[in-house]
Design a binder for this molecule. Structure first.
Ligand code: ZN
Length: 351
């Protein structure tokens, strides 16, 4: 079944670029940097990132702010790591990928937000042009800690580079920080420009009051990430609004984002899947720190929720309409899914 999950054409909608860089890719970049500047004080990623993946939520955000962003801070390291991430997803049988990243300035190297975004987009364009199987798009994230000004810069970049492959805007970052109610005009402007909107939603109990969640829903997001700590009222609203859910099982269970859930079986995927009221897009979030590829997320729902081959295929196919892709790309994806279903004889399998 693992092999089937790998072959199954899959769509990844919730993957952070920096968090998707494998430990050995980071190690390679570190070695390169160390040979160019022996005075580099950053430690080897193989020592910083535990071999078994990150399991402690308190170690998660500092890993990025203190470490990964200090390592990937030049045009060549952004290009190298982005290319590696695209190849990794493609090798896992992903046929469409929406990567997300927060545009940031790197004053120590002179890399600006704009140049950073251009570099990622150029790498994606080159990949798309040379690869027939997987196509990628970019989502630009507003960080919860951003002020109004910074958030506008992100929205402006997203609008400016829409034609070059930016398909949407996201709200992300440490759920314990910031006040998302200040971003109403930003999301409104992004949606008016035809960009998709996805929001990290109800990740921790502290960021899941009904008032915060209803505020986020008032921005009319197309998709929501995680969706862990929701009251019945909020769940009802999600169904009413037909929001697609990006559910990241391994990530949630591994760093115990819901302390009451300690096994895959107890994850809220089961509830949403059984009810079938919202599209569910299985997602990896940060495969570079949780070590669970998208094919493994599909295998997990087979193993722990009993989905058979046809159900896995239907789950994967259901994600097509939740993408921020243009019409032609959605048609291509439906074709890829149908071709696979026919070749595997999945239409004949009884549910
Ligand atoms: Zn995320």
């Amino acid at each position: 079944m693992k092999e089937f999950c790998k072959r199954l054409p899959k769509i990844e909608l919730h993957a952070h670029l920096s968090g998707s860089i494998r430990r050995d890719t980071l190690h390679h970049i570190w070695q390169q940097k160390k040979s160019e500047s022996p005075e580099l004080t950053l430690e080897d990623p193989l020592l910083v990132i535990p071999e078994e993946g990150v399991k402690d939520i308190n170690a998660f955000f500092p890993l990025f702010s203190k470490y990964i962003y200090a390592l990937i801070n030049t045009v060549s390291t952004v290009e190298f790591s982005t290319r590696a991430v695209l190849n990794d997803f493609c090798a896992d049988g992903v046929v469409y990928l929406e990567l997300r990243t927060t545009p940031r300035d790197f004053p120590e190297t002179g890399l600006t937000k704009q140049k950073y975004v251009e570099t990622v987009l150029n790498t994606i364009s080159e990949f798309n042009a040379s690869n027939g199987e997987m196509k990628a798009r970019l989502i630009l994230s507003i960080d919860r800690r951003d002020d109004v000004e910074k958030a506008w810069e992100t929205v402006e970049l997203a609008k400016r580079y829409k034609k070059e492959g930016v398909s949407g805007v996201d709200l992300c970052g440490d759920p314990l920080k910031g006040d998302p109610s200040i971003f109403a005009p930003h999301f409104d402007a992004a949606k008016s420009a035809g960009l998709g909107l996805t929001i990290h939603f109800a990740e921790l109990p502290q960021s899941s009051s009904d008032s915060e969640l209803f505020t986020l829903l008032s921005y009319n997001p197309d998709r929501l990430g995680h969706v862990i700590h929701c009251s019945e009222e909020v769940k009802k609203k999600l169904v009413e609004k037909k929001v697609a859910l990006e559910l990241c099982i391994s990530c949630n269970v591994q760093i115990k984002m819901n302390p009451a859930v300690t096994t895959h079986k107890e994850h809220h995927f089961g509830e949403w899947w059984r009810e079938g009221n919202c599209t569910v897009a299985l997602s990896t979030d940060d495969v570079g720190v949780f070590y669970s590829e998208l094919s493994n997320e599909y295998w997990i729902v087979h193993e722990h929720f009993g989905l058979g081959k046809r159900q896995l295929w239907e789950l994967a196919k259901g994600v097509v309409d939740a993408t921020f892709a243009e019409k032609e790309e959605k048609e291509r994806l439906k074709g890829v899914m149908d071709k696979f279903g026919a070749a595997e004889g999945l239409w004949q399998i009884d549910m």
